[in-house]
Design a protein around this ligand. Structure first.
Ligand code: UD1
Ligand code: UDP
Length: 381
């Protein structure tokens, strides 16, 4: 029996963790004990609790209730709380997801007291260190013992950074093992896709016509905090919606919701509020999000997870960022990077909605990445 401590904190990590907890529950409950630590980075009901209720994730054993704050303060409080729990629980490993401040805090706390770090979603790179996430993921990868990359590109990035593609046991932070494992979010999307169709009513709730609305999300800090960029994004969405008489459904992250009245031009904000097509709503649950992704015409987003889910559900995607870590999406021609450039966004929408026969090959594994990760942890920790 091994004991692992899983760190979650931000919305996408809570969802990602569901795949591993499900695999443990299904196949490995006699071999793996999972202790879940919620840092409290996300805390609104619709950014946290909703996912536990809906996805069957066990309640956290600990909640650090760290809340929001500057990068330094938030991360430092998490490090201190995680360290204390690790000293008490003495696990065989800490499991970290993605690239948030909760990920970085776990990496620092565990590596300093020599608890092996397992990084799920390793190797992804935007090559833009102005992004807090890029700093977090690089630092986490470089203290990890087992690194599970969802993509071939992620694996190759690690090799370019000096990780050995072949190495032998015993593995440690000084002799790490890297894998191309597939994506635990593909596991989740497959698993919850069926249920989403029957258990949600969001399409009728907002009077959405199937395949005739735009699903948008915006939360990346450089988009929300820079008025010029935020205005360009909303101008583009407004223009596209008016020109094409299409609804835009925008489940809004609280970060963006708090900044709209400060950073959006008052006239544009008023037009958007008055528009019959523009529907700005509270964040939705994961099953609702899947239902929206499956039924929309196109996705327009700066989210990492949502651009990939668009691909899983065979929808084109406009990526509202200067670059992406999920480069395969762009290589397949189903996604276009536009940054926050109004003209490029409108053009990308026109190109993607008039493109016939788009192909969405299976690039993210076989839906069993979480089981593979459990097997490897059992053999190699
Ligand atoms: C964080 C991650 C980002 C990830 C995103 C997922 C970092 C550095 N960033 O960004 O990589 O894509 O989560 O959603 O870790 N807020 C609330 N209620 C909440 C949570 C946040 O109101 O439950 C508001 C607060 O005003 C807070 C702001 O959102 O200051 C930003 O939250 P924070 O967790 O710091 O960063 P995110 O932008 O959510
Ligand atoms: N998501 C959700 N409800 C929402 C918006 C997003 O359940 O209102 C899900 C989405 O389906 C994906 C994850 O949250 O699985 C992505 O999180 P987010 O966009 O916050 O972060 P990122 O992936 O960019 O780090």
């Amino acid at each position: 029996m091994i004991k692992i401590v899983t760190i979650i904190g931000a919305r996408p990590q809570i969802i990602k963790a569901a795949a591993l907890s499900r695999a443990i529950n299904k196949r490995f409950s006699n071999q793996i004990t999972e202790i879940i630590v919620h840092t409290g980075q996300h805390y609104d009901e619709n950014m946290s609790q909703v996912f536990f209720d809906e996805l069957g994730i066990p309640a956290p054993n600990y909640n650090l209730n760290v809340g929001s704050g500057s990068h330094g303060k938030q991360t430092a409080t998490m490090i201190s709380g995680i360290e204390e729990i690790l000293m008490q629980e003495k696990p065989q490993a800490i499991i970290l997801y993605g690239d948030t401040n909760s990920t970085l805090a776990g990496a620092i706390a565990a590596s300093k007291i020599h608890i092996p770090v397992v990084h799920i979603e390793a190797g992804l790179r935007s090559f833009n260190k102005a992004m807090p996430e890029e700093v977090n993921r690089i630092m986490c990868d470089h203290v990890s013992t087992l690194l599970f990359s969802p993509t071939k590109t992620g694996f190759a990035n690690l090799v370019k950074e000096g990780f050995k593609s072949e190495t032998s046991k015993p593995y440690s932070a000084n002799n790490p093992k890297i894998y191309h494992s597939g994506d635990v979010m593909f596991d989740n999307s497959l698993y919850f896709s069926e249920i989403a169709g029957t258990k949600t009513t969001i399409i009728s709730k907002y009077n959405l016509d199937k395949n005739k609305f735009i699903l948008a999300t915006i939360h990346r800090n450089n988009n929300t905090d820079e008025p010029l960029r935020l205005n360009a994004l909303f101008n583009a969405l407004y223009k596209i919606s008016e020109q094409n008489q299409l609804d835009v459904l925008l489940p809004l992250h609280p970060r963006t919701a708090k900044l709209l009245s400060f950073n959006l031009d008052a006239e544009l904000y008023a037009k958007i509020k008055a528009s019959k097509h523009f529907k700005i709503i509270e964040p939705v649950s994961f099953l609702e999000m899947i239902a929206l992704e499956k039924n929309c015409k196109i996705v327009m987003t700066d989210s990492g997870g949502v651009q990939k889910e668009a691909f899983y559900f065979e929808k084109p995607c406009v990526i509202l960022r200067p670059e992406t870590e999920w480069v395969e999406l762009v290589e397949c021609g189903t996604a276009i990077i536009t940054d926050a450039d109004e003209q490029k966004i409108v053009e990308a929408f026109n190109v993607l909605t008039s493109k016939p026969n788009m192909l969405f090959p299976k690039l993210y594994g076989d839906g069993k990445a979480a089981e593979f990760i459990c097997e490897e942890m059992l053999s190699n920790l």
